[in-house]
Write a protein that binds this ligand. Structure first.
Ligand code: ZN
Length: 372
């Protein structure tokens, strides 16, 4: 369906929407070529078409400039499928339609009504995540603290009160190992048994890196979210920053190598993931995340407001040329970010800057009284 719709776009024809594609699905299931589709529960296939339809809608949505047209995904990475209903849990087993009862390890109690279940695979392991719905009271945040956060390459996060979350840089530690294992893979005969074993080893290494990084980000965002009702971050548009390293055909990037190195650190630090986790953890607790324009946050003096790049003579140290104020550069930036957050709250929506890091405009902009 993706292929058909992309072809239709190339031919300047309207794409097939969900209803039409679901109709085709029933025909395909009866055909010789695509008959294998009938082995899967039909709702799983429909969910897949719905996801595709949503992806096209988002891709065309002007309000979500970061969303792109859907593309083909490589088989073997992020494999998953979703059951929209008929899933139930019986003791240590989960019932999946057309598959039956499957034994599983339940990591936490299931509260509320089961809405859907997504089955995914990482390496050799299969996971099922169960989405539930239940009524809860509107949460009220336990803290009245406000903080600005500077996300960095050296440290994961620096707060405006001066505290630092170092984060784990697993890629640096494991990158050498990964490169070594990848060289080994290249020397082996493709698709041989040894090649497959080696590829398996690399998959495990990738998972290990991702887990270590995610763990560090979760620990930091939990602590920060618990202790602050309002969190101010820069709208960094990580996606744009990382995309720019490639340059374009007309304007090839001259410092690709240098930028690729920085981007690697940015990705390793998981800046977007950090924001994403803070956003939902704040929503759980009744707190708020504000995104501000990152312009000048590292050049401005947090004491007197003097803004110039000469203030930042080294990467680590900030010293103001106007008032002589000196401070750790990241802390100075975090203080500016906090101040910009107050400014956003004071004049919300008036000639303002529309944050859209998540691709959703203003989702994080619920007004909430700030405690100084
Ligand atoms: Zn100053």
């Amino acid at each position: 369906m993706l292929s058909i719709n992309l072809q239709r776009l190339t031919d300047k024809q309207p794409i097939m929407r969900y209803n039409e594609s679901a109709w085709w699905l029933t025909l395909w299931k009866k055909s010789d070529e695509f008959g294998f589709l009938a082995q899967v529960q039909s709702q799983v296939l429909q969910q897949c078409l719905k996801d595709l339809d949503r992806a096209f809608s988002d891709g065309f949505d002007r309000k979500q400039p970061l969303k792109r047209m859907p593309r083909f995904k490589k088989k073997g990475s992020n494999d998953s499928f979703r059951f929209p209903q008929s899933v139930r849990v019986e003791g240590n087993r989960v019932f999946l339609p057309k598959i039956g009862l499957v034994r599983f390890r339940q990591s936490r109690p299931i509260e509320g009504l089961i809405r859907s279940a997504t089955v995914s695979r990482r390496g050799k392991h299969w996971f099922v995540s169960i989405l539930t719905a239940r009524e809860i009271a509107e949460p009220i945040h336990q803290s009245s603290m406000v903080t600005g956060i500077d996300r960095g390459v050296v440290n994961l996060a620096t707060l405006s009160d001066g505290s630092v979350f170092e984060g784990s840089k697993p890629l640096k530690r494991l990158a050498k190992k990964l490169a070594r294992e990848q060289r080994k893979l290249a020397r082996k005969t493709k698709f041989s048994n040894n090649w497959k074993k080696q590829r398996e080893r690399i998959t495990r290494l990738h998972i290990k890196i991702a887990d270590a990084r995610n763990d560090a980000i979760h620990k930091a965002t939990t602590i920060i979210s618990k202790n602050h009702a309002v969190i101010v971050l820069e709208d960094l548009r990580t996606k744009n920053m990382t995309a720019s390293a490639k340059g374009s055909i007309d304007e090839p990037c001259t410092n690709v190598r240098q930028k690729a190195g920085l981007n690697r650190s940015i990705l390793d630090m998981g800046w977007f993931e950090f924001y994403r986790q803070l956003e939902y953890k704040q929503r759980w607790r009744g707190g708020q995340v504000i995104l501000i324009n990152p312009r000048n946050t590292s050049r401005k003096c947090s004491a007197c407001g003097f803004t110039d790049k000469v203030n930042r003579q080294t990467q680590a140290q900030f010293s103001c040329m106007a008032c002589g104020h000196t401070e750790n550069a990241d802390v100075n930036a975090a203080k500016n970010i906090l101040a910009a957050g107050y400014a956003v709250q004071a004049c919300e929506g008036i000639g303002g800057y529309a944050p859209n890091e998540a691709g959703t405009r203003g989702a994080a902009m619920r007004p909430l009284p700030l405690a100084a």
